[in-house]
Design a protein around this ligand. Structure first.
Ligand code: 0GY
Length: 299
């Protein structure tokens, strides 16, 4: 019997018809943060999930990629699939060399499973510290997983609330791989750039050259709202200017758990020339950096 799933009552579905962005993406641009959900009757959602989404299958993601003008995707395993990476691997295999992935793994994962995911295009694992999405674990839990992936040369993606950075500082600053922080470390955009939260996050990047930032999440972090997301842009622009070789960007399609509004990806893409003014910075953000991280061969 196949499982059927009803999305959460307050679930906002992605837009079927986003507008065409005014900004033309550079050739080879990578959408370096997006997800696939299900479809649930083929790839069931995890029993331990904290939300049930509407399906958002790979075919829709690749159609959006082409419509917006991206060349490639980095698909990040979403927490609603737990550590069952089958939907991700299926999407990666159908995306071919134009897709790479970030998986979720648990202790006990076998070498054969990791090798199969590597073959499909997985190049990293994600540690999620956001409590409404995943139950927190002690640091040792994550250190064990780091050992498991060492031979594959994968990096680690971390997702946390800005207020929790201090608590995990020792873990993050002792990991031996590249660390990519989701959604610019989730700054409080009502605070100034030199407020304590964002200052600590910048210190993480300044003192640790293996730490990168994803400049995504405008729609999640904004208070001022669409289409301009004017309060988020200065935070992303600051990071793009200070750390031009360690920033990447993604649409975050299909925008899980958005409650205030469902963004138009045309608006999100049109933030890019404001986040990274100038051709060189835009190429680094959208092409060179993600290509280095996800498409260069690792040992
Ligand atoms: C995101 C953000 C969220 C959800 C997830 O894996 C997930 O479920 O990452 C969120 O709710 O903030 O990056 O998609």
């Amino acid at each position: 019997m196949t499982a059927t799933f009803e999305p959460d009552a307050d679930w906002l579905a992605y837009r079927e018809n986003p507008r065409k962005p005014a900004y033309t993406l550079p050739p080879g641009a990578v959408d370096a943060h997006c997800h696939v959900f299900g479809p649930g009757d083929v790839f069931p959602y995890a029993p331990e999930r904290k939300y049930t989404p509407a399906d958002a299958p790979a075919g829709k993601l690749f159609a959006l990629r082409d419509f917006l003008g991206f060349e490639r995707n980095v698909i990040v395993q979403a927490t609603c699939h737990g550590a069952d990476n089958r939907a991700l691997v299926d999407a990666l295999r159908s995306g071919g060399d134009r897709a790479r992935g970030v998986a979720t793994i648990r202790p006990g994962v076998s070498r054969a499973e990791l090798a199969d995911m590597h073959d499909a295009g997985v190049r990293g694992v994600r540690f999620n510290f956001v409590r409404r999405l995943a139950d927190p674990k002690p640091d040792e839990y994550y250190r064990g997983l780091v050992e498991a992936i060492a031979e594959f040369g994968w990096h680690i993606v971390v997702y946390f609330e800005a207020a929790d950075l201090r608590e995990r500082w020792n873990l993050f600053t002792s990991l031996p791989t590249t660390i990519v922080v989701d959604h610019a470390g989730r700054p409080d955009v009502t605070q100034p750039l030199d407020g304590p939260g964002f200052t600590l996050f910048q210190r993480l990047l300044r003192e640790h050259p293996n730490v990168w930032a994803k400049l995504s999440g405008a729609e999640r972090l904004t208070v001022s709202g669409p289409p301009g997301y004017d309060d988020f842009v200065p935070f992303a622009r600051h990071l793009a200017r200070e750390f031009p070789d360690r920033v990447i960007w993604g649409t975050d399609w299909p925008h899980p758990n958005m409650k205030s509004h469902m963004p138009d990806e045309g608006d999100l893409v049109d933030l890019l020339p404001r986040i990274a003014p100038g051709e060189v910075g835009q190429r680094k953000l959208l092409v060179d950096n993600p290509m280095r991280l996800y498409w260069e061969e690792v040992p």
